[in-house]
Design a protein around this ligand. Structure first.
Ligand SMILES: Cc1cc2nc3c(=O)[nH]c(=O)nc-3n(C[C@H](O)[C@H](O)[C@H](O)COP(=O)(O)OP(=O)(O)OC[C@H]3O[C@@H](n4cnc5c(N)ncnc54)[C@H](O)[C@@H]3O)c2cc1C
Length: 401
């Protein structure tokens, strides 16, 4: 079979992480191909909301700004949130974060996934050195000593010194490369939908820890909220089968009517939750980023933000190697990326596992302890600032005295 095309970098997956990586590498002389299996939606009704949304941290916003995609997202639809309110449904534990107290305009933004992807794809199309192959899927991977080859389902054969898997939690590339994962069974499924509530969400991200799992109301434009209700698989199935009126009534009750009654609900979807961590992020001529390398519980809204931090690191490593005429796909080069990201991702995976275990456990002593912990953290200025700086994806808060 003949080589159809040669690229410096081939990225499998044009989702939020893969498209960001392509844009981050594009201000260079590198030739890049993005292989995406699904055509993104061309249009959607103005009054509809994507059931998939992401809490985007300041660090990720800054990356989108540098990639030139932030303005397009803002022009479409983004919702800043100015406060976060978290409480334990089984006790008095409560913690509140306020952007104003920290001298920040907001704590982050809630953005529909399709808005993020569309803005990035628009940006990507403006680069002459990026070819987007869509809808196309790879069918065969061949890792050679000095390059990788990828056969696509349209019979073309690509050759590249660096192939990158940004193809999500069930990564085809990860499996083809024989990279194992460590799994954490959260034994929860997230039910997601968009709702309208009696009272306005006050530009606040709300999260209530129920014994069955966390329930989040994330603010959207026009007073809507996106909900992520994590619960057992059986309970999720039951919630999906309820009619709209029953669902709204149960949701309002579970949320302790913090925003009054739920007055309207959109389509519902469910996502089984599982923690995954690839045992290797890189091999010679191959790297994994985003959900292909790690997935975590969505309770702190960090999944795609970690993926975007991978993007920043991998782009820096590859561009530096390219500029200094070192091989971009060598194991030595790619290990720099793995070393820089693995510890951070593992820390977040561990923290989410601990949080989930701590709040899903109704043992009385533990319940009192976590309620006390929440209240103490609420009154401990420096600790609170540290938590919020981490949640915003920042090492520290520049504007905090
Ligand atoms: C309920 C829920 C709520 C969440 N909330 C948040 C949040 O608030 N904040 C946050 O940071 N994260 C959140 N996350 C996590 C976030 O959604 C993921 O981390 C993010 O989608 C990962 O992006 P990705 O581009 O790595 O993978 P994906 O979004 O899975 O994209 C992978 C892309 O690759 C393509 N693809 C897959 N296989 C192939 C193939 N073989 N060939 C070609 N193309 C392929 C797919 O079509 C897709 O476009 C949440 C997750 C869930 C489940």
């Amino acid at each position: 079979m003949n080589i159809t095309d040669k690229y410096d970098v081939v990225i499998i997956g044009g989702g939020m992480v893969g498209a960001s990586l392509a844009c981050a590498l594009a201000d260079s002389t590198l030739s890049i191909a993005v292989i995406e299996g699904h055509e993104p939606p061309a249009n959607w009704p103005a009054d509809s909301f994507d059931i998939r949304v992401s809490a985007i941290t300041r660090a990720s916003e800054n990356l989108f700004r540098r990639l030139g995609a932030w303005e397009e997202m803002e022009a479409m639809r983004v919702q800043p949130y100015e406060a976060m309110d978290v409480w334990d449904a089984t006790g008095s534990g409560h913690i509140h974060f306020d952007a104003a107290e920290l001298g920040e305009p907001n704590l982050g933004h809630i953005i529909e996934n399709r808005v993020i992807t569309r803005a990035l794809l628009q940006r990507l199309r403006r680069h002459d050195n990026i070819d987007t192959c869509c809808p196309t899927k790879p069918v065969r991977l061949m890792l050679r000593s000095d390059h990788a080859q990828l056969q696509l389902d349209d019979a073309s054969l690509l050759q590249t010194p660096l192939i990158i898997g940004a193809d999500g939690a069930h990564s085809w590339l990860r499996q083809q490369a024989g990279i194992d994962i460590q799994e954490r069974h959260y034994r929860q499924t997230a039910v997601v939908t968009t709702v309208q509530t009696e009272r306005h969400h006050e530009d606040t991200a709300w999260q209530c820890f129920l014994p069955s799992g966390p329930l989040a109301f994330l603010p959207l434009p026009e007073g809507r909220s996106s909900i992520v209700w994590s619960t057992s698989a059986e309970e999720a199935e039951r919630l999906l089968a309820l009619d709209d009126a029953e669902f709204m009534s149960e949701l309002g009750e579970a949320f302790m009517h913090r925003l009054g009654t739920v007055t309207a609900v959109g389509p519902r979807g469910a996502f089984p939750l599982k923690g995954r961590h690839a045992k290797e992020y890189v091999k010679p001529h191959l790297a994994l980023v985003g959900d292909a390398a790690h997935t975590i519980h969505p309770l702190a809204g960090q999944g795609v933000n970690l993926g975007l931090a991978d993007v920043e690191e991998l782009a820096t490593v590859v561009l530096t190697a390219h500029r200094t005429h070192r091989p971009i796909g060598s194991f030595k080069t790619l290990r720099r990326y793995e070393r820089a990201r693995r510890g951070d991702n593992l820390l977040m995976l561990d923290a989410m596992g601990t949080f989930k275990a701590l709040f899903s456990n109704d043992t009385p002593g533990l319940r009192e302890l976590r309620n006390l912990g929440l209240n103490l953290a609420d009154h401990a200025g420096p600790l609170k600032n540290l938590i919020v700086a981490r949640a915003m994806g920042l090492g520290s808060l520049p504007s905090t005295p």
